[in-house]
Design a protein around this ligand. Sequence first.
Ligand code: NAP
Ligand code: F7E
Length: 338
Amino acid sequence: MKRALITGITGQDGSYLAEFLLARTDYEVHGLVRRSSSLNRQRIDHLFALDRSVSDRLHLHYADLADASSLAMVMELVRPDEVYNLGAQSHVRVSFDQPLYTADVVGLGTLRLLEAVRHLNRSQPVRFYQASSSEMYGSAPPPQGLDTPFHPRSPYACAKLYAHWQTINYREAYGLFACSGILFNHESPRRGESFVTRKATLGATRIKEGLQKKLVMGNLDARRDWGFAGDYVRAMWLMLQHDKPDDYVVATGQTFSVRALLELAFSLVGLDYQDFVEFDTRYTRPSEVDVLLGDPSKAMNVLGWKPEVDFRGLITMMVEHDLELARRERFASTYRQT
Ligand code: NAP
Ligand code: F7E
C-alpha cells in the first residue's frame, strides 16, 4: 500500500486527487485540514460515505502550511511515499488584498513543507509534487511553454514562482524527487464560487431560475486556457510515477475569453448574457494577465497525458450541475412560502 499526503485536500483539486487515488486500491490517502469554526469538508464528505474498503483508507490531520511544526509532525506520523502540495490562498484578486499572507502560505509554506520532506527523505524515499501555476507566465506572450520566461503579475504569481524555484532547487541541491506541474486554469462543478467560470455558471443558472437578476463582472476580454480539474489531477499523479523528476506544463492548448465563457454559459440555459451582465471595477485587478494559452506537448509526449473534457464539455457539465442546485433552491424557497 502506497501512502499519499495531500495538502489542500478540502479544495477543488485535493478532492479530485483524493478520489482518484482512493479509486486505485493500492493507496492510503492522508489529507491536511485546517481548523475552522464551521466544517468546510463538503468536497470530500462523499468519500467518507463510500464502502469501508475505500473510506478506511482516508485519514485527515490538522496542520497548516503556516505552521512548520505541524507539518513536521504529520510528516513523521504518516511517513508518506508521495506528497502533493495543493494547499494555497489560491485567489489571484484576493492576493492583492492579502499579499503578505499569500506569500507566507503559498511561498514560505511550500518551503516549510519541502524542509519536512527533505528530513523524511533521509530515511525513506519521498516524491514531491508542487502545484505551480500558469499565472507565473503573467504577461509573457502566448503560447506559454517550459521555455517561456516568467513575468508574474500578482502577489499570488510571485509567491508561486518562489515556490516553483524552491522545488527545483531541492531537486538539484538534495536530489529530492520533486516535480513542479505548471497547470493552466482548471475548473469543475467543485470550483470555488468566486472564480470566473463558476461565477458565470452559477450566475446564468440562478438568473434562469429567478433567484438573481444580474451578474456583476470585471474584465471580459481576458483569455484563459480552461481545462477540467479531473483531467489535471491525473497529470499530477503521472508526474510522480515517472522514472525521473521533472517539470511539466498541463493545459488544453486552446484559449477563450471571459466574454465567450459568458456567451456559452448563458446560451446553455437559453439566455443572452448581454441582457444580464454588468461591469464593476471591484472585480478588476491592479495588474491583469491578458492571455494564457499553454503548450502541453511535453506532458503529452513524456507522460502520455491528454485532456478528455474540452471547453464546451466543461462548461456544460458545470451549467448542468448548477442548474440542479438552483432548481433545488427555488423549490425549497417556494415550499417554505406555501
Ligand atoms: P482551492 O480550491 O482554493 O483549494 C485550496 C486548498 O488549500 C483548500 O483545501 C484550503 O483549505 C487549503 N489551504 C488554504 N490555506 C491553507 C493553509 N494555510 N494551510 C493548509 N492548507 C491551506 O484551490 P484549487 O483550485 O484546488 O488549486 C489547488 C492548488 O493548485 C493550489 O495551490 C492552487 O494555487 C494551484 N493551482 C490551481 C489552478 C486552478 O486553475 N485551479 C491552476 C494552477 C495552480 P480550506 O478548505 O480550509 O480553505
Ligand atoms: O479569473 C477575469 C479575471 O479568478 C480568470 C486560480 O485558480 O487560475 C486561477 O486564477 C479571469 C481573470 O482565475 C471576473 O480578471 C472577469 O482575467 O477565475 P479567475 P485566475 O485569476 O486566472 C490560475 C491558473 C491559478 O493558479 C489560480 O489559483 O477572469 N474576470 N470578471 C473575473 N474573475 C473573477 N474571479 N471574477 C470576476 O467577476
